[in-house]
Design a binder for this molecule. Structure first.
Ligand SMILES: Nc1nc2c(c(=O)[nH]1)N[C@H]1C(S)=C(S)[C@@H](COP(=O)(O)OP(=O)(O)OC[C@H]3O[C@@H](n4cnc5c(=O)[nH]c(N)nc54)[C@H](O)[C@@H]3O)O[C@H]1N2
Ligand SMILES: Nc1nc2c(c(=O)[nH]1)N[C@H]1C(S)=C(S)[C@@H](COP(=O)(O)OP(=O)(O)OC[C@H]3O[C@@H](n4cnc5c(=O)[nH]c(N)nc54)[C@H](O)[C@@H]3O)O[C@H]1N2
Ligand code: SF4
Ligand SMILES: [Mo]
Length: 748
């Protein structure tokens, strides 16, 4: 009986959703048929029991009927069931051969923001220590890299939200830029409705009047790709109307003169012409943002997934800094990160330029610290590698063999037809996944791995709150964890030690590796995560040498000794609130236990820059990498619908979700539809310089007439990414998913 509950567990296991960065808490209980059901878990503060349809139906993806339960290997062109021995042997042979024949950098590794911290950490270590390759990156590059780059430039640190979600309803005004929260994180919509109920104002900036925009006091619908100009225009008005906070600028920032001069070139009338947002709307935005005592700017993929995403984030941060709205209670800039472990996944070393603890791979001190934890020579660690798109683009040429874990680039990468060709041209592809995704279907070896409810691990949600996802059920026979895969491959490639399969043991090592780094987890233990319902990083160990080295939790697992749901009794903020420093989240406060309380709120005393000041960036508007022209006169933007997740690999296999969102579509304005002679449901062809996709028309006045929208969840004819432009942001290497030039025609 492989679907039964683990005998060690009680009947209800508190855990978290397998999908997005909200990491909603849920309880799992056993079902008559041997499966599990989701029941409400009201004690977890982020969602207080609420779940979206994806979370509610998550147990469906545990079902053996839709998933992989045996390794597959390609024989004479066909994927066939095989033993783990055979499958792992083939991968090890291929990687070893590639390394010998073409050098270590011919082996590539591609990870995902859905991986637990333990897996992401191990994957980065595996690439650098076992394969010795610099060629590792992950799908988070397509997600939050522009916000991360912008945050690091301005604040010296990237943590998506520098405050907990619970602060949002208490601020005076929120500008939500390019986030469709109502569909992408439905339980979080509550924070915005509470904001409004408290008298706060909500401004939504989105070229479409989305379900989120419908909630707004003011909805601005700019032309896609013009958020940089919009933010600069607002800053111009802030200065012109004398609304800057001079004392704050003096005391807490640097670089204002240059940034101010750059913004002053963006006259409101010019910005109106570039963005399509009228001057009165710009003025009203400035008024709503500046009048209350506190305010926030939150961005998501709309302004970030642009070839100027980093500068755009910088411009929004400038607006916050000029008005004194960062590093103060209930004010600040935040990015709404996307994937389940979008935050933690970007901190512990699966990024091309990174070592655990958000350390830089090109920093000699960081290399020494991590090499010591890993027991290797710092000089043996490779340098930074290529970014995600560049890595995928190099497949079959510089990179000959790829190990891919937790991503489905055949559907989700920009210019996907080209990337699919690159993947097919590899000498060897190994994919670890829970289902046979479109990318796994191209592999030479496919490994079936365990997922959320079947394994234990930590995730870090969009607030920077580290959480423990506890194993609730035993996985199907034949399925093994990603950690097991890396352990076995390391051994076969000659590294017997350093790749354990116990997540808590790995977390203990991660604590040491992250100690002293920007994302410091050294004071966090599994025990604390259970007792405190999550801990916000940075959370340094009180005495790193003592408490991290011989941690008692390592021998005596917190998972074995603690009851199942003590979390209900522990208020998540309790340690911070009980701390002598009464300011919200005072980072220096120490809880009564002697433990660092974690840091729900960052930057209240100083920013994480060398001089403690936030840095303005001098940025100016620039056009899209591909502006519309006579041949391709329409703008395509892409995004999500509530009932599908990402490449759809998981959610397209869930009946209830498919019934709600059965396939791709092209959203367009009635005026454009009329010009094309298209009626609702007519098949449309959308053509870009990269290729052609077809999907039925969905006609709505909620979109700008010069723009069409396609969700990117489907492969095949309706694959939005056949069309998208891989033009990269020069700093973050983020592709321009949110705007490219297309032609739209009736298909048929
Ligand atoms: N249902 C569902 N939920 C998800 C996911 C999912 O796939 N499905 N994925 C998760 C992940 S990984 C992520 S990253 C998040 C993403 O969450 P969001 O960022 O909320 O999702 P998107 O739909 O990609 O984009 C948000 C909005 O940006 C708008 N937009 C397009 N172009 C522009 C522009 O140029 N400027 C501005 N200001 N806005 C623009 C789109 O119209 C869209 O409504 O969602 C997470 N949650
Ligand atoms: N046009 C367009 N394209 C986009 C975007 C957009 O807005 N527009 N958004 C981009 C963004 S923000 C993102 S985050 C990417 C996401 O795109 P992808 O990287 O393709 O993400 P998923 O579809 O979530 O793929 C995750 C895969 O990992 C598997 N999986 C789940 N859990 C595990 C695990 O624990 N281990 C292993 N080994 N596998 C696991 C799942 O079954 C699935 O096949 O798409 C990007 N692509
Ligand atoms: S909002 Fe995100 S974390 Fe919450 S239930 Fe839905 S997919 Fe899961
Ligand atoms: Mo994402």
């Amino acid at each position: 009986m492989r679907r039964t509950l683990d005998g060690m567990q009680t009947s209800v296991t508190p855990t978290h959703c397998p999908y997005c960065a909200l990491q909603c808490g849920m309880n799992l209980t056993p079902e008559q048929d041997g499966g599990v059901a989701v029941v409400e878990r009201p004690d977890f503060p982020v969602n207080r029991g609420a779940l979206c349809g994806k979370g509610r139906t998550a147990p469906a993806v545990l079902s053996s009927s839709i998933r992989l339960t045996t390794p597959l290997v390609r024989n004479a062109g066909v994927l066939e069931p095989a033993t783990w021995e055979e499958a792992l042997g083939r991968i090890a042979d291929a990687l070893s051969r590639t390394r010998t024949e073409h050098g270590p950098d011919a082996c590539g590794v591609f990870g995902g923001g859905g991986l637990t911290n333990e897996k992401a950490y191990t994957l980065g270590k595996f690439a650098r220590v076992v394969l010795g390759t610099s060629q590792i990156d992950y799908n988070g590059r397509f997600c939050m890299s522009s916000a991360a780059a912008g945050g690091i430039k301005a604040f010296g640190l990237d943590r998506g939200l520098p405050f907990p979600l619970e602060d949002i309803p208490k601020t005076g005004c929120v500008i939500l830029v390019g986030s469709n929260l109502a569909e992408t994180m439905p339980p979080a919509l509550r924070y915005l409705t509470e904001l409004k109920a408290n008298g706060g104002k909500l401004i939504v900036i989105d070229p479409r009047r989305t379900r989120t925009a419908e909630q707004a006091d003011l909805h601005l619908a700019p032309r896609p790709g013009t958020d940089l100009a919009l933010a600069l225009g607002l800053l111009h008005l802030v200065v012109a109307e004398g609304r800057t906070d001079e004392a704050y600028i003096q005391e807490r920032t640097s670089g204002w003169e240059e940034a101010r001069a750059a913004a002053m070139a963006h006259w409101p009338e010019l910005v109106e012409r570039i963005t399509g947002v009228s001057v009165p709307e710009l003025r009203e935005t400035v008024r709503l943002f500046c009048e209350p005592e506190s305010a926030m700017v939150l961005t998501a993929r709309g302004p970030e997934q642009q070839s100027k995403g980093t500068d755009t984030v910088g411009a929004w941060i400038n607006l916050c800094l000029a008005t004194g709205r960062a590093g103060r209670p209930l004010s600040g800039y935040g990015c709404l990160t996307g994937q389940g472990n979008g935050q933690g996944g970007r901190e512990h070393g699966q990024k091309a330029d990174q070592l655990p603890g958000y350390r830089k791979l090109d920093d000699p001190a960081a290399r020494r610290h991590v090499a010591e934890v890993w027991g290797v020579d710092p000089d043996s660690l490779p340098g930074p590698g290529r970014s995600a798109y560049e890595l995928l683009d190099a497949l079959g040429t510089d990179i000959r063999a790829l190990l891919l874990m937790a991503s489905n680039p055949v559907v989700s990468a920009p210019r996907a037809a080209h990337i699919e060709e690159r993947i097919k041209s590899l000498d060897f592809l190994a994919v670890a996944d829970v289902v046979l995704s479109e990318t796994a279907a191209l592999a030479d070896v496919v490994l079936p791995v365990t997922q959320w409810a079947e394994e234990t691990g930590t995730m870090t949600n969009l607030e920077g709150r580290v959480l423990l996802r506890k194993q609730a059920i035993t996985p199907p026979e034949g399925v093994r964890s990603d950690l097991h895969v890396m352990h076995e491959l390391a051994a076969r490639l000659g590294v017997e030690k350093g790749f354990p399969t116990d997540p808590e043991e790995i977390f203990e090592e991660l604590r040491r590796a992250s100690a002293g780094g920007p994302a410091d987890y050294s004071g966090i233990t599994y025990r604390r995560l259970i007792e405190e319902n999550g801990v916000f990083w940075p959370c340094p160990a009180p005495d790193p040498a003592e408490s991290v080295e011989g941690s008692e939790d390592c021998e005596d697992s917190a998972l074995d000794v603690l009851p199942d749901d003590p979390a209900g009794e522990a208020e998540p903020m309790a340690p911070a609130a009980a701390a002598p420093d009464a300011r919200p989240g005072g980072a220096t406060a120490v809880a009564a236990s002697g433990n660092h309380p974690g840091t729900p709120r960052l930057f209240l005393d100083r920013f994480a820059t060398p001089d403690g000041r936030a840095r303005f960036v001098a940025v100016t508007h620039r056009p899209l990498a591909e502006e519309p022209d006579a041949e391709y006169p329409v703008l395509l933007t892409t995004g999500r619908v509530v009932s599908q997740y990402q490449s759809g690999a998981q959610t397209r296999r869930v009946d209830e979700l498919n019934a709600a969102a059965p396939g791709p579509f092209v959203e367009l304005h009635p005026r454009l539809a009329e010009r094309l002679g298209a009626k609702e449901g007519d098949p449309l062809a959308v053509v870009s310089r990269r290729g052609r996709a077809t999907a039925p028309a969905r006609i709505t006045t909620s979109i700008r007439p010069d723009t069409v929208f396609m969700p990117f969840h489907w492969p095949g004819e309706g694959r939005a990414n056949t069309l998208t432009n891989p033009a990269l942001d020069p700093t973050s290497r983020m592709p321009e998913f949110k705007a490219c030039a297309v032609r739209v025609e009736l298909a048929g």
